[in-house]
Design a protein around this ligand. Sequence first.
Ligand code: ZN
Ligand code: ZN
Length: 462
Amino acid sequence: MKLPVYHFEGHIEVEKGQGFYRGYLHFPFNVPEGVGAIHLSLRYSPVRVGELDNLITPGLYDPAGFRGEAHRHPANEDLAVGVDRASPGFVAGEIGAGVWVAQLTVHTVVEDATPCHYTLDISLEAGRPGAGVATYYPPAPARLNDRPGWYGGELHSHTFHSDGALPPAELVAQARQQGLDFLAITDHNTNAALGEIDPASLGPMLLIPGMELTTLYGHALVLGTRQWIDWRTGYQGRTIDQAASEAHAAGALFIMAHPQAVGSPICTGCHWEFSHFDLDLADAFEVWNGPWPDPYDQNIKGLHAWRELQATGRRLPATAGTDFHSLGNWNSASPRVWVYARELSVAAVLDGIRQGRVILSAGPKLAFQVLPDGAGTPGEVGDIVVAPSQRATLSVSWDRVPQGNSLHLRNAEGLLLSTSLPASGSLQQPIQIHRQERVWVELYGENGFLIAMTNPIFIQPG
Ligand SMILES: [Zn+2]
Ligand SMILES: [Zn+2]
């Protein structure tokens, strides 16, 4: 049997004065019976225009849906997906007959005198039908620890299934060396890493399955599902609200990732540009992404944006993520997320995040409580405290704080108190409660960079 080969090519021209182009190109092709593997070969040039990269990434969709995305930078990619093997980012399995679609996502083509030229070659390899040979691993226990408490981990990491450097098993080994209680794997637009991880390799560490929806207009972390969520906003009228709702329907969280990052064309799609997004669909806001400080001040801008949202009365918890891509990313300037959970399970950690029981820290240990004067129950980060006497005491304690640090107590209106700190200690600050309040703590190093923060405690006057 002679199998067809397909060749597509074309130019991407940027409208004059537009600066850059972003969008999708789709190439349907027919797959007959008796195919065991599909090979894809993408070439484009130029790869670089001045200081900027052109970025086009290939994806593949079978008649039933997702089969892979290769979200990484090489402009020359030779990929294959087959019955029992697949390139990183792709999912092995049956190569069903019918119309498949190769997709080129043009994240950025920068305006240039010569238009960007691409070729896409697709060839089919004969093979046996079948459902593949994905390894069967016994599932991990749903609950790794039944103790309620603060658990520390990573909510944002990448493997070589997108643009990370490490294979999933190596990422898991490194995370265990860091002593993480939980690790979320959030590859760009693919969940292919998840099927590769042997739960036995996780030991006492909880795996939170996820994805980073890497759209052309903003990134979002989906945490807590193995389901692939269609990230392709703008394709067939799909909106970011639909993607968020689908994540929720799958039981997952939807977190706006580094919303104030520098955007296209420098970091394509990294800046949140969905002006019509329904913020009620966001479960959290990644205030702190990677090291603090960062070259584009994305984190300080993110913190300011989050504070503004607090001032509008919105209850949108702040989270952090190292955005781990390679060894060395877990360092003293990168944040760890501490979540108060009723047990160490995916459902409990997600619940803790939803409720804002979250502290972010690059090292210092921080605890925060509100104690109402007289009657009333004390509350911790994320709680609502009722203070019938309209008076309460804010109680902060800290440890492992470098010399020269300062502590800021803030509410939605601004700074309540700023004080410099010894390496460890505690502070009690009385406050009057006249209306609904929210109060949180930010810790700064001597150079003025954030090194830890809590989420708010909410206080009601009774
Ligand atoms: Zn991102
Ligand atoms: Zn990321």
